[in-house]
Design a protein around this ligand. Structure first.
Ligand code: BG6
Length: 506
């Protein structure tokens, strides 16, 4: 077996021969390509057995068809081997007999694989709706919890609807599994560029020293998807864009941008700093929010036309721009603008840090510096800065230092976020998972605002925007009001033509 880089010695015995039950229907869609990716690259521990578990009865062959339908990599030989370590077990979520039959399937498999006592490790991956979260965790603990090896429980969001429901879940789960056994997945923490934030900040002297309110004017974290909720309206309507991607994915990104330097790269050191900075963010106020819902355009259906939506008068936001402020010495007064929307004009997730303008600037009209970290698509880090226009001209133009991964790194291979996170679970590394106190601190920032929105309070105004647009028309003015200065100079990324400037004076 090829050992992962940074593989921590003591974990080896823990993860050597563990079955990986995958619970719930989400498993095949997200889990299987990631598990196959790990298997194919030699990162799944030898002798692993993967068991899918859900209520739907289906034959082994049907399960294999479902699982492999999501695997796009062309490697027939490996795929055939992977199928041999994958089985399916149907059962209920709330009945002891079902769990006992899963227990029997796992222990039979452990005996067949000749696992020694102490090495019968089990990872339970719960990709389940929140309504069955607790009964499943209880059923597992009571009937399937391994006594001759380690147990790890991976849980997927949503972790509740607000502070109270999340705390309730945490209490129930905490009574069953220790915090060390629980891995709360936020798949954004497995993305390459998100994992890079700490390196960029703390391994470069020039970023470290300008990373505060003195030099940074505003920060924008943007999530744009070009498709609507089609087919997911039932789920989405209860949650809305803020719970779906902001309270978790975007806030995690913000936290990594804003936290202080941890004392080491250990999971707890990182998570301690994350919690600290989250506790410095007061709840987001309604006056610092712009909400929107998409309407049909160019033959594309509006949110309310989604067949899976029950409430046809729903005011659930599918777009939000929210501004958070961090009350500490480093960040006071700097707006962190999180923007997220479905059915927008493009697919893009990025962090944009806009610096303050140069005081007493010699070169009037030059744009502010920006550092952009593009999370997806096409990972890139680029720094927008001002430069003399090449040639006889003395004009200052905006240009960039560009690290586009696909141009820069040959043989680039970026693993899927889930692949990287499942590997972390096997390595017993919690750094990229959400701790219980972190989750509570995160909910506190959003809960009062969410309650106002859920209350269908008349003061909550949800603007319309067209499917395929940049969001509500009010967005540009909203962002500007927090200091973001959209440069009025011509600038294109990643290639720039000098012809724009051809008529400018030399
Ligand atoms: C999920 C949300 O957590 O993240 C989805 O529930 C969203 O609504 C998805 O589409 C985005 O993930 P990614 O990796 O495609 O950016």
């Amino acid at each position: 077996m090829k050992l992962p880089r940074n593989f921590k010695g003591p974990s080896l015995s823990l993860v050597r021969q563990n079955p990986l039950p995958v619970l719930g229907r989400g498993g095949p869609r997200w889990g299987s390509p990631a598990l196959f990716g790990l298997y194919r690259n030699g990162f799944l521990p030898e002798n692993t057995h993967i068991i899918g578990y859900a209520r739907t009865k289906m034959s082994h062959d049907d399960y294999i068809d479902r699982v492999t339908a999501y695997i796009k990599v062309n490697d027939e030989e490996k795929l055939e081997q992977f199928k041999k370590i994958t089985t399916y077990h149907a059962g209920q979520y709330d009945q002891d007999e079902s769990w006992q039959s899963l227990e029997k399937a796992i222990s039979d498999s452990e005996s067949e694989r000749g696992l020694d006592s102490g090495k019968k490790n089990r990872v339970f991956y719960m990709a389940l709706p929140p309504s069955v979260f607790i009964p499943v965790a209880q059923g597992l603990k009571k009937n399937v919890y391994g006594k001759e090896g380690v147990n790890r429980l991976v849980v997927e969001k949503p972790f509740g609807m607000d502070t109270e429901s999340s705390n309730h879940l945490a209490r129930e789960l905490g009574a069953l599994f220790s915090e060390n056994e629980v891995y709360r997945i936020d798949h954004y923490l497995g993305k390459e560029m998100v994992k890079n934030i700490m390196n960029l900040r703390f391994a470069n002297v020039f970023f470290g020293h300008i990373w505060d309110r003195k030099y940074i004017d505003n920060v924008q974290i943007t999530f744009k998807e070009p498709f609507g909720t089609e087919g997911r309206g039932g789920y989405f309507d209860d949650f809305g864009i803020i719970r779906d991607v902001m309270q978790n994915h975007l806030l995690q990104v913000l936290t990594l941008i804003a936290m202080e330097r941890p004392i080491s790269t250990d999971a707890e050191a990182i998570r301690d700093e994350k919690v600290k900075v989250l506790k410095c963010i007061p709840p987001i106020e309604l006056k610092n929010a712009l909400l929107g819902q998409y309407v049909g355009a160019d033959g594309k259906p509006g949110y309310l036309e989604d067949d899976t939506l029950k409430n046809k008068q729903s005011l659930t936001p599918t777009f939000a721009a929210l501004v958070a402020f961090i009350q500490n010495e480093r960040w006071e007064g700097v707006p962190f603008i999180m923007k997220a929307g479905k059915a927008l004009n493009e697919s893009k997730v990025e962090i944009r840090i806009q610096f303050r303008k140069v005081a007493g600037n010699l070169f009037a009209g030059s744009a502010r510096n920006e550092l952009v970290m593009r999370i997806q698509p096409k990972e890139a880090v680029y720094m927008k800065f001002n430069n003399k226009q090449p040639g006889l001209s003395y004009q200052t133009i905006q240009t960039d230092l560009d690290l586009s991964y696909h141009d820069r790194y040959t043989d680039l291979s970026i693993p899927d976020a889930y692949e990287s996170l499942i590997l972390d679970v096997l390595r017993n590394d919690h750094s990229n998972f959400v701790r219980d106190d972190e989750l509570e601190a995160a909910w506190k920032i959003f809960t009062p605002l969410l309650h106002k929105i859920d209350g269908k309070d008349k003061q909550v105004d949800v603007k319309s925007y067209a499917y395929g647009s940049r969001g509500p028309q009010e967005l540009e003015a909203f962002v500007k009001s927090y200091g973001y200065d959209r440069p009025n100079v011509k600038y294109d990324w990643p290639r720039q033509s000098m012809s724009h400037h051809a008529n400018n004076k030399l």
